[in-house]
Structures are given as C-alpha cells and as structure tokens.
Design a protein around this ligand. Structure first.
Ligand code: KG4
Ligand code: ZN
Length: 336
C-alpha cells in the first residue's frame, strides 16, 4: 500500500543524471526492481566524472538496464502505467540520453510520462517501502552535486531551508580524496581510509556563521586540507594519510550534523531523514542517529543503495506528481 498522497501506479523509471545508468519498476511504494549500472570504473582513472564519457556509457547501457529492470520485476510493458525520468539537474548530455530513451519508450506505447527533479528523487527515497516515511519531516540531502536541508511538508514538494554556498559535501570528499591520492569515488575511499585514522589528529575548520544561517560551506575546508598536505613530505603524507582522512571526514560530517541540529531547534520537525550519496556514510549515520536519539526524534535511514543515485527514488517522486499524457511530453524542450 502506498501512503496517502502517493499514487498506486506501476512506474518504470529511468535515471541518468550523472555516472550511474539506472532503471526501476515501482508499484505504489513497493520496489519491484532497482537496477544500477555504475560507471565508476570508467571514470576512476580521471579522478572524477567525465561528462562525455558518461553520456557515451549511458547510450550503451540504457537499453540493457531497462530490459533488466522489467525482467527482474517480472513485468511486461502491459503492466506499466507510466514512464518517469530525471529531467535535471545533472550533466546535460547524460540527462538527454535518459530523457530521449524515456520519450521513445513511452511514446511508442502511448504511455503518460512524468519528468522528475533529481533532488526531489533523493527526498522521495524515504517514501519507499519498507517503512515509508510520510511528511512532515526534515531531510538532509548531501550528494556529489548538492547539499541542502529540505523541509518536507507534503509528498510533492519541499522547501529549501539551507544549501551549500560553494562545494557540495560529496564534492568536498571527492576532491579531498583526490588530494590524498585515495581514488574515486572519494566518499567511500575516505571512509575506508578513516577507519585506521585518528579524527582528532588534525584540526580542520567547521564553517558556522553566527547569524544562525542554515547554509553550508566546504571550500575553506578543502583549502585547509591542501595546506596540511603541502606541509608534509611524501613519506609523512603516506604515514599520516589515515589521520588526514579521518580528520577531514569528521569536519565534513561535523558541519552537516551541526546545521541539521540548528534546523531542529525550531521544534517544527517531528522526524528526520537523510538522502544523497553522502547519506551512505557510516559516521554521518551514526552521528545523526545520536542527535535524533538525544532529541527523541525518529530517524529514517534508507538502505545504502537508495542513498546513492538510483531510479527507484525517481519512481517514488513520480508517484507524487501529475503525469503528462501522450503526446504532450514530446514537446518538452527544457531539460535542466
Ligand atoms: O547521490 P549521488 O550518488 O550522486 C549525486 O547526485 O551526486 O552521490 C555521490 C556522492 C559522491 O560524492 C560520493 O563520494 C559520495 O556521494 N558517497 C559517499 C559515500 N558513498 C558515496 N560519501 C561518504 N561516504 C560514503 N560511504
Ligand atoms: Zn544524486
């Protein structure tokens, strides 16, 4: 059963906003398949996502991934009520592959289509089974491209209470990992390296403005890491890499938790949720868990595969949106 405010349709969703080629089949709030083909290996040697490489991989992977999603769900096209797709934000070439495929698939079958905002998808991952969370709740979204506090009062929308003024949290982790020679994607690499390190070995700044703002800033932290590594010889860097990773991770997580705590001070939010790739971080999950326990607030933690990019979350957001009937979406000309 989907919760009130969500449709019961069976949706085939496609997500290609960055470097994961994803398709899923979701009925109401129930995930029937969630296929994610990661391109991380293709981008690893460049130390980050190369847009042109991502688009080309999406072109090769999209049809097999959609086929796998239908097969794993045990459905044929006759069971699909609508096609959903990420319209933005994201890499334009990567988005275009998903949107064009979705239009072709939906158009050929005269199915309605639903264009979804990627960030709304990260919020909507919390609406999925098991144990769907219904609004109102406060959601911290931290990914490679965005960092924001979303006040969610209804399924179909959210209010941005604070956001990053420069780098996103995941971007800061990815760039930090590159500085430390830890590879890509940086978040999981820093988390692994940090397990052997002392989070108090280095003092990195946690940006907190005095005006009570809920905005984030990570660029000063990244510069502080750069300066710390410059002062070390190659041997010292090797010896202190785990300490640097642990201290840097603690500073990124520290700021996320501090702003979340600040946002909760109004007493307005009866529950807390996390979303985006950085929500897979063990230290963040633990620290937010402790904060919520202290305040007696329920915390929704989605499984790791629903934190990073996936199409099930796009289907969940689509369940809270009005579909565009065929052929209206063939005219869509704004992608991001
Ligand atoms: O949501 P996502 O898959 O894609 C975007 O929408 O950006 O997030 C990717 C980001 C990357 O920056 C990656 O380093 C980070 O999420 N990430 C993590 C972890 N897993 C992925 N950061 C910290 N700890 C993790 N375990
Ligand atoms: Zn994302």
């Amino acid at each position: 059963m989907a919760s009130a405010g969500l449709a019961e349709r069976t949706v085939l969703a496609i997500e290609t906003s960055c470097d994961d080629t994803c398709a899923a089949v979701v009925s109401g709030a129930r995930i029937r398949s969630n296929v994610i083909s990661s391109q991380a290996k293709a981008h690893e040697r460049y130390g980050g996502v190369v847009p042109e490489v991502a688009s080309r991989h999406h072109v090769q992977l999209i049809n097999p991934v959609v086929r796998a999603a239908l097969e794993q769900a045990g459905t044929g096209w006759d069971d699909i009520d609508a096609v959903a797709v990420t319209r933005g934000p994201g890499l334009i070439g990567a988005l275009l592959v998903g949107v064009s495929s979705a239009k072709a698939l939906a158009g050929a079958r005269r199915l309605p289509m639903i264009g979804v905002d990627h960030l709304h998808g990260h919020v909507a991952a919390n609406f999925l089974e098991p144990e769907p969370l219904d609004p109102p709740f406060l959601c911290l979204i931290a990914s490679g491209g965005h960092t924001l506090l979303a006040g969610v009062r209804e399924h179909g929308s959210f209010e941005v209470l604070g956001q990053t003024l420069d780098d996103a949290a995941g971007e800061a982790l990815d760039k930090g990992a590159r500085l430390l020679g830890l590879g890509y994607p940086g978040g999981p690499a820093i988390q692994r390296a940090a397990e052997q390190g002392d989070p108090e070995a280095f003092r990195f700044p946690v940006a907190m403005s005095r005006d009570g703002s809920l905005d984030f800033s990570f660029s000063g932290l990244k510069t502080a890491l750069l300066y710390a590594t410059r002062e070390l010889s190659d041997e010292e860097l090797e010896a202190r890499r785990a300490d640097l990773a642990a201290s840097y991770q603690a500073a990124v997580v520290g700021q996320l938790v501090a702003k979340l705590e600040r946002a909760l001070k109004t007493g307005e939010w009866p529950a807390v949720a996390l979303g985006g790739g950085v929500a897979a971080n063990a230290l963040l999950r633990e620290r937010v868990g402790a904060l919520c326990a202290e305040r007696g607030l329920p915390l929704k933690l989605v499984p790791l595969e629903l934190c990073t990019d996936n199409a099930a979350m796009i289907a969940a957001a689509a369940q809270a949106s009005e579909p565009t009937p065929y052929p209206g979406y063939l005219d869509w000309d704004a992608w991001v």
